[in-house]
Design a protein around this ligand. Sequence first.
Ligand code: ATP
Length: 233
Amino acid sequence: MLKVADLHVYYGNVHALKGISMEVRQGEVVTLIGANGAGKSSLLKAISGLVRPKEGSITYEGEDLTRLAPDKIVSRGIAHVPEGRRIFTNLSVMENLMVGAYQRKDKRQLKHDYEEVFTLFPILQARAEQMAGTLSGGEQQMLALSRAILSKPKLIILDEPSLGLAPVMVDTVFDVIEKIRKNGITILLVEQNAHLALEASERAYVMETGEIKISGSSRTLLQDNKVVEAYLG
Ligand code: ATP
């Protein structure tokens, strides 16, 4: 479904991605793990068109995305939930959700999806009229995730979805990931909580200083001594 080949990203003199090759297959959950600064967010941003690679290619369903603008990439069915949320702080919760859904034509299914989102995150319904900027950090995270779900993507890219959430909400986010997957949406996930992420995914890549050092089935990585030592404590 998604194929990244020999990707290089620079920020000025900083060589953030040094020849990344990886893929995500239809229906999979794929996890990226790695220390701070390893390049995980940079890879996600390159896929959604937010940073321009200097070399290499990104293909999605046979189409070259490498030079496509971010809005075109969204319209191909790729939704990116960035680290730090990026909701519209001066719009209400409901208005933020409507932004996610604005391209949807299937009104009946959309109504059902709103109900599902409100069942997953009842707090968003209770706060529907509230300015999104006044939500707590965790609530904003739920809003960003819900907005992405409502855009009905084929591939959803999640950058640290559990960051800053209370433990009970971390479990909810992973339940949501499982539900999204069951709905047939493919997921590419970056998570600090490597243990939960590996348990929720089929395959994983371990990144270190801009390179992929280890890749394999998540089950195998959960038992890999090097991975356990470095990332699973
Ligand atoms: P974290 O887990 O801390 O979010 P990460 O693995 O997502 O880290 P990136 O955010 O992709 O890492 O950063 C990779 C490297 O690129 C880091 O050394 C970072 O300092 C650098 N970098 C990222 N964005 C920029 C930027 N806009 N300008 C300059 N350097 C950047």
